[in-house]
Design a protein around this ligand. Sequence first.
Ligand SMILES: *[C@@H]1O[C@H](CO)[C@@H](O)[C@H](O)[C@H]1NC(C)=O
Ligand SMILES: *[C@@H]1O[C@H](CO)[C@@H](O)[C@H](O)[C@H]1NC(C)=O
Ligand SMILES: *[C@@H]1O[C@H](CO)[C@@H](O)[C@H](O)[C@H]1NC(C)=O
Ligand SMILES: *[C@@H]1O[C@H](CO)[C@@H](O)[C@H](O)[C@H]1NC(C)=O
Length: 138
Amino acid sequence: MVLLAAAMLPCTGGALIKVGGKPGWALNVNYTDWATHRHFYVGDWLYFVFDKRYYTVLEVNETNYEQCRDSEFIKNITRGGRDVFNLTESRDYYFLSSGGYCFHGMKLAIHVNNQLPPIYPPPSKNNVINDASPQSNG
Ligand SMILES: *[C@@H]1O[C@H](CO)[C@@H](O)[C@H](O)[C@H]1NC(C)=O
Ligand SMILES: *[C@@H]1O[C@H](CO)[C@@H](O)[C@H](O)[C@H]1NC(C)=O
Ligand SMILES: *[C@@H]1O[C@H](CO)[C@@H](O)[C@H](O)[C@H]1NC(C)=O
Ligand SMILES: *[C@@H]1O[C@H](CO)[C@@H](O)[C@H](O)[C@H]1NC(C)=O
């Protein structure tokens, strides 16, 4: 089921982005650092993989993200521990784990942009400007 869903999702235009990379949604991952190296677009999906015995995924607002407050969340995304979240709007999204784990870094803030039109020219070697060549001081 999960494999089928994962295989079908790209057809709808969105990317399936596994939060945190290999370790997933867990302790000892710097999600701020992780998110700064990524782009998120409307139509993409976040894929949270975690141990549901300990962790949860809650969508919260900015204030509650900053303060790690899990009582007034927007949406509880927690289901089976392999849970997806639809990024439907161009805005900031905030997530955290309840159970105190937010204070240990299980919090994620991302900015979602509108999808770029799919007319991106592929990078061509001929367009690369090689300005790293050593200067000859003759
Ligand atoms: C996480 O990464 C960000 C950006 O690289 C850095 O500013 C921050 O200090 C890191 N946080 C921790 C707890 O290491
Ligand atoms: C977030 O929600 C809390 C509680 O509902 C509220 O007090 C706070 O003002 C909200 N913050 C933002 C940025 O909307
Ligand atoms: C979120 O949902 C999960 C699974 O249904 C549940 O175990 C958990 O207690 C919920 N968390 C909150 C804060 O409501
Ligand atoms: C995801 O969001 C888009 C845009 O709002 C919507 O068309 C689509 O039905 C949603 N998919 C699911 C599975 O909720």
